[in-house]
Design a protein around this ligand. Structure first.
Ligand code: 5GW
Ligand code: MN
Length: 298
């Protein structure tokens, strides 16, 4: 049996709790056996949403295979795969309690729209379907692989994830939307962290609120002929500024091996799969800004 004192499950090299008392999840700060017992007692059901639109279907197989090894092992999981190419997705058979649900959705022409419309689709399915099937949603990018455990320690009312490119950056380096004309605008003297667009979640009602807000702000901007600099990520950062997450995931949960690994990063649980931007993305995207400059050149 475990035992703990005030000197166990602590980290002195990283921030463990935000100034609004939300835990930041790092290796060594929790006991997974206690948490698993709690979540099994509640018979928790988790939905993992992922979008595989157009050529991004190539990422799906590895995503699910590695998730079966590392994501919420022993818990009930529904993979909600949003795709415009349901026929490209082979039959995936999974053990009892885990299944893949294919949701056919339209594909947008512009990649910015493909990325941003995720908010609208997660919102709509939350209300129609997810609320009846799962307790929590975890909403992530598909161009990723799991390489270490991701368990119920991440679950909470509403959570965001520290972007691996900005955990050590000062606020003035955060790539928030800085044009006042956009609803995603964040003043220079505000903002807590820079959250990644590719990893958020929470209870279904909380994810509904978050995605509904982000989608509506995006529509307002569209009517005004403006699009936030980092698309859905900009609206997400605005949401979290005024609706603080109740839990924050450290970059252990969203890593990219293009970044140098700091001492305090003990695990890399979910890692970006390198993509050939020319091949995977359409030609137009190459000339589009700013994403075509790549994530290492912000
Ligand atoms: C295509 C071209 C440029 C940018 C995005 C896309 C794209 C994204 C697509 O054609 N199909 C698609 O399903 N997506 C979804 O949006 C994927 O789930 C993807 O993981 C997510 C975010 O786009 P990423 O992963 O290219 O963005 P970064 O910032 O991780 O490079
Ligand atoms: Mn990605």
């Amino acid at each position: 049996m475990y035992s703990s004192t005030i000197l166990s499950y602590r980290r002195t090299d990283v921030l463990m709790v935000t100034p609004w008392f939300a835990p930041i999840v790092w290796d060594g700060t929790y006991n997974i056996d206690i948490l698993n017992a709690q979540f099994h007692q509640r018979n928790v059901r988790v939905g993992l949403t992922v979008f595989a639109i157009k050529k991004y279907t190539v990422f799906l197989q590895r995503f699910i295979e590695t998730a079966e090894k590392f994501f919420m092992v022993g818990h009930k999981v529904n993979y909600y795969v949003f795709t415009d190419r349901p026929n490209d997705i082979g039959n995936i058979s999974l053990p009892e309690g885990r299944k893949v649900v294919i949701l056919e959705v339209p594909s947008y022409k512009r990649w910015q729209e493909v990325s941003m419309r995720r908010m609208e689709m997660i919102r709509d399915y939350s209300q129609q379907r997810f609320i009846h099937e799962v307790d929590f949603l975890v909403c992530v990018d598909v161009d990723m692989r799991f390489s270490d455990e991701v368990g119920v320690e991440i679950l909470g009312d509403v959570f965001g994830t520290l972007h691996p490119g900005f955990y050590a950056a000062s606020r003035d380096r955060f790539t928030y939307e800085r044009r006042k004309q956009s609803t995603a605008y964040i003043p220079p003297d505000e903002g807590d962290f820079y959250y990644a667009g590719g990893y958020f979640g929470g209870t279904v009602p909380e994810v509904y609120k978050l995605t509904n807000y982000c989608h509506n702000e995006m529509l307002t901007d569209k009517r005004n002929g403006i699009e936030a600099i980092w698309h859905d990520e900009s609206y997400l950062n605005k949401y979290f500024l005024y609706h603080k997450p109740t839990k924050i995931l450290s970059p252990e949960y969203l890593w990219d091996n293009g970044y140098a690994v700091p001492q305090f990063l003990k695990r890399r649980r979910f890692v970006a799969v390198p993509k050939n931007h020319n091949e995977i993305r359409n030609k137009r995207a190459l000339n589009d800004s700013p994403k075509s400059r790549g994530k290492f050149h912000r």
